[in-house]
Design a protein around this ligand. Structure first.
Ligand code: HEM
Ligand code: HEM
Length: 409
């Protein structure tokens, strides 16, 4: 049988109070940061929240091991049966939350491809990108945080009841004091009551403002449609036209936040006229629908569309219009053209691979792949505070896959 003791060891006491303080801070900061408008400061606060949250996870692991190796702390004579039962349930939930809060945060960040680090040391993701999992963990993290506030309030009320009404050693044996000290125990209890009260007020204020927002919500913004620039209408021979198969074509990008990469895609369309034997008469005019950006996080997509980034209201599409194709080997070409993102047009040139296959008597298929890196700041993507590339890196890797079909004559 496991030995019994009347008090907690120093390590357990130390971890208990350190964790209690960390939880109070994490709840407060979590509630505060989630509603901040996007800024560098917001991203810095997120990184701190994640670091301190992971510290809680590390502490609870040490705590479970220490608890397992320490003598069992027996109930006091003043503890009634219903109190013991309630305390046991409460402690089980608190342990669950000590694991589930940080783990759900970590999985949420991993599934949304958001960076996680432990005070600057990069921490690997727990899962691959997954939008449903991201939304689920986000909801879970928020709901569990609210339940945690209620359960900690019950836990604190229990501790204060034993200290103030029963005047037993329940509080003292979690503190570093041998004797019953009314003022000391009460001061600690009241300090936490104050911190918890602030969290409860915060949750209430958040709920109220969310209700008001719902009432005053403006009608959904209608997405601006992408106009086709139609530059190719006249000048090209129609017989070499290709139609893009949108389901099999992809414009992907990879950017970095705090040095950790995240991926996204854009929809695109346009006209391609291409004949490997007549490169001089080949042309492509591609429109990229900026509002179609998908990175796996609705918030990040909305931020990308905002004025400081792509400003989708003023510039709904980016355009790439080719000027010259050159052959550089079997199935290898280089294309040069003008790329317009926002109101900046720059010359861009990149190599690509193209395979053309005869499918049957009257159809041909083409598969084009290319990779290139652009600097977002060259196109004014990310203005003001976002010119600093420590948070969101400057180079953005693009990967292009175009699947197109052509009817034979
Ligand atoms: C015990 C530890 C933790 C506590 C008590 C805690 C608490 C909270 C709270 C109260 C919120 C606000 C929820 C809302 O109203 O939307 C929040 C948000 C968040 N937490 Fe934690 N958290 C903890 C650990 C972590 C960890 C370890 C991570 C990531 C590694 C993390 C990532 C996040 C993120 C990304 C958000 C923002 C979600 C959003 O933007 O809606 N948290 N957290
Ligand atoms: C709000 C201020 C808090 C006070 C005044 C407080 C007080 C106490 C006291 C007096 C005990 C000893 C109970 C006994 O011996 O029967 C205890 C145990 C415990 N407390 Fe707290 N606590 C607080 C916050 C928290 C928080 C935030 C957590 C975790 C989220 C937590 C988790 C636990 C657990 C799991 C135990 C059981 C003993 C153990 O396994 O370490 N407490 N607490």
């Amino acid at each position: 049988m496991k030995q019994e003791s009347d008090s907690y060891g120093f390590v357990l006491k130390f971890i208990h109070w350190t964790t209690a303080l960390l939880i109070m801070g994490l709840l407060f900061v979590g509630l505060y940061m989630a509603d901040l408008p996007l800024s560098e400061t917001k991203l810095k606060i997120y990184m701190l929240h994640k670091s301190f949250g992971l510290l809680v996870l590390a502490l609870v692991v040490v705590r479970v091991f220490t608890k397992f190796l320490s003598p069992k702390v027996r109930s006091l004579d003043t503890h009634q049966a219903w109190e013991k039962f309630l305390a046991k349930l409460t402690h089980i939930f608190l342990y669950f939350a000590l694991f589930a809060m940080p783990l759900s945060g970590w999985i949420m960040s991993s599934a949304g491809e958001f960076p996680v680090s432990f005070f600057g040391i990069p921490v690997p993701p727990l899962t691959a990108k997954n939008k449903e999992l991201f939304d689920l963990c986000r909801e879970f993290h928020e709901v569990l945080a609210t339940i945690l506030i209620a359960i900690v309030a019950l836990h604190l009320a229990g501790a204060l009841k034993h200290h103030v009404i029963d005047r037993d050693r329940t509080m003292m044996r979690m503190m570093n004091s041998k004797n019953y000290n009314f003022a000391g125990g009460l001061a600690v209890g009241l300090l936490f009551a104050l911190l918890l009260g602030a969290n409860i007020l915060f949750v209430a204020a958040k709920e109220l403002s969310e209700d008001e927002e719902d009432e005053h919500r403006a009608p959904a913004v209608v997405q601006a449609s992408v106009e086709s620039p139609g530059l190719l209408e006249q000048a090209v021979p129609a017989e070499n036209q290709w139609s893009i198969v949108k389901e099999d074509s992809r414009l992907g990008f990879e950017a970095t936040e705090y040095g950790q990469s995240f991926n996204g895609t854009f929809d695109f369309g346009g006209r391609i006229v291409f004949d490997p034997g007549q490169l001089d008469h080949s042309l492509a005019d591609i429109s990229i629908d900026i509002a179609s950006i998908k990175t796996g996080s609705d918030d990040r997509d909305a931020q990308a569309k905002s004025d400081e980034w792509f400003d989708v209201k003023s510039f709904p599409a980016a355009h790439f219009v080719t000027e010259k194709f050159e052959s550089s080997g079997a199935n290898q070409y280089t294309v040069s053209g003008k790329l317009t993102i926002r109101d900046v047009t720059l010359p861009v040139s990149f190599p690509f691979t193209l395979m053309i296959e005869d499918k049957d008597d009257d159809e041909r298929e083409a598969n084009m792949t290319a990779e290139l890196t652009l600097n977002r700041l060259d196109f004014g993507v990310g203005s003001g505070q976002w010119k600093n590339t420590e948070t969101i890196g400057n180079p953005v890797k693009l990967s292009i896959v175009v699947h197109a079909k052509q009817m034979k004559d």
